[in-house]
Design a protein around this ligand. Sequence first.
Ligand code: OVM
Length: 400
Amino acid sequence: MTLTAPPHVPELAADPFASGVLENPLPLQAELRDAGPVVYLSHYDVYGLARYEEVHAALTDWQSFQSGAGVGLSNFRHEKPWRPPSLLLEADPPAHDAPRAVLSKILSPRALRSLREAWFADAEKLVDEVLAETSFDAVTALTQAFPLRVFPDAVGLRKEGRENLLPYGDHAFNAFGPQNGLVAKGAPRVAELSGWVNAQCARDRLSPGGFGARIWEASDRGDITPEQAPLVVRSLLTAGVDTTIHALGAVLHAFAAHPEQWSRLREEPGLARVAFDEAVRWESPVQTFFRTATRDVDVAGTVIPEGRKILMFLGAANRDPRRWADPDAFDLSRDPSAHVGFGMGLHQCVGQHVARLEAEALLTALAARVERIEPAGTPRRHLNNTLRAWASLPVRVHPA
Ligand code: OVM
């Protein structure tokens, strides 16, 4: 491997996974975008894309930028993955397509219609309980409590052991980065947490009617094999909890910081979905994923050699002033729908409709009951190699 910058590629020495950068990635994002359409990150000997145009183009060109060698720093061509690769996230066509088609259908807007009423009622109940106090931590009280109330039930998980979901997901997202202190912190529990998660993917652990049972039914129909079914269930358990929690954290933090936008939502509650997508653009709960070049691929005049890892800065693309007017503003009047916070192309988040439904339910319940939401203390970041997250969001609310 070369450790010198290829000719004509701007070289940056910064570590995108250093704790200072994870604490506030915005300055490095701007530096990366301004350095050029392609950068070389000497700290890890990888390439990087941080402008919207190039990130979008690479995400929609799966033939040149594969996922099958892993979407983390680790290159599965040379290194053994920490767990059997995901059949969705860490796969390319044609292997990717059957699991994707199965899960897409199970998580489609049409299939979720039956959950809508119950989730809205659950959100109203939770918000009514929480509003017994006017000051609370929005992370534990709302952004964690709501997904944990509705999602594991929708999957069909048993009650015991659900506390393992968050630490497992947190580690899985750390594991896409380098083997730094965040990965070391999770390592002692990997065997235990993976053991629990993998056991919940078995057919007889999943209650009838849930997403998990429907995945197994797809294997009865021959849409996927019985060997694939538990790994598709595992994707739900890995990617379905932390992501949604941090996206809800993003939107609640955004509203606490932008009271005029909260007033707009109260006047027009139909903006809940736009607000959620704008928060996903603004905060990019999933900050980065890698791809691997399948050939010598030319990006804006720079050749990225075959086999090399490329870091896609989704968060940087989502705030690229070349694409977004006033990108740092959280603004319900913009159309955020082209953001790459859910990715783009054939890997674009298969659970996005689930996330939007959870967000719509929670925001609608809050908007009907809360006149104003304001910070009531210093919010605290939760650091993760991939996720932009809050550990704590102290808020004070003024009931309507
Ligand atoms: C998976 C998966 C998909 C998306 C994100 C992710 C841990 C995992 O299929 O397991 O992050």
